[in-house]
Design a protein. Structure first.
Length: 245
């Protein structure tokens, strides 16, 4: 993957980013992960947690997220792209369909990222070439020995700088970023936010406000509790998967 840091200085104000530390929610290294602590203090109490290095998958699954592995497995698979994931035409622009291979190659040719915001974000359908994304990170496999987390939805995503998802909320989820870097903006249930605007344009209009800010880097796992509102924007090319339980 082309993971060269995008120069976003002219289109992404520094005020959108965390000021004092990279992530304003609780953060641990995967070496500190403890199933009991996670289950009782984060999963049950519904508190967000960033686990550095927590997105590690089984080797046979991890290789399918590489550019070579993904294009070999699903390069000819036709995907749908929207500026607003699940927007249903709310942006006034048509959904674009093309082979995944063409979309991946187009990410390398973007010259004005603020104008080219079609994002690949889709629920995985059984029997398709992307079915491998239903596999969960190793740390969740460990949790499943004590608390059964039954997946009811898997969402794979690929996007470039400034693409992402608008403010929304749903059931408890875990987000595994395999490649790239993302900015998360989170609000607890008492301050729920929902938006039907493209995240980049929404932030241009009103900024992040009092959202909790968090930078997720490649290999990080972010636990997002039920009904916590979150908006997400890629800071360079991003590849990953979200599992909802």
């Amino acid at each position: 993957w082309n993971l060269k840091e995008a120069d976003l200085s002219k289109v992404l104000p520094s005020s959108w980013l965390p000021a004092e530390k990279p992530c304003e929610v609780d953060t641990i290294d995967v070496s500190q992960f403890d199933v009991f602590v996670f289950t009782h203090f984060y999963f049950i109490r519904q508190r967000p947690l960033l686990i550095k290095g927590g997105a590690r998958m089984r080797p046979d699954v991890a290789k399918l997220y590489t550019r070579e592995g993904l294009l070999k497995t699903a390069g000819d698979y036709t995907i749908s792209l929207e500026e607003l994931p699940y927007g249903g035409g709310l942006t006034g622009k048509r959904t674009v369909s093309k082979p995944l291979r063409d979309y991946v190659e187009s990410l390398d040719r973007r010259t004005k990222p603020e104008e080219e915001l079609h994002y690949f974000f889709t629920s995985t359908v059984a029997g398709t070439p992307l079915n491998f994304t239903t596999a969960q990170p190793e740390i969740i496999q460990a949790v499943n020995k004590y608390v059964e987390l039954d997946i009811y939805n898997t969402q794979a995503y690929i996007g470039g700088a400034l693409m992402g998802s608008p403010y929304h909320f749903h059931s408890t989820a875990g987000n595994s970023l395999m490649y790239g870097k993302k900015l998360w903006l989170l609000h607890p249930p008492a301050r729920q936010v929902w938006s039907n605007e493209v995240i980049y344009r929404s932030l241009q209009q009103s900024g992040p406000g009092d959202a909790m800010k968090c930078i997720q880097e490649a290999g990080d796992f972010l636990f997002v509790p039920s009904l916590w509102s979150h908006g997400v924007i890629c800071l360079n090319n991003c590849v990953g998967v979200a599992h909802e339980w």
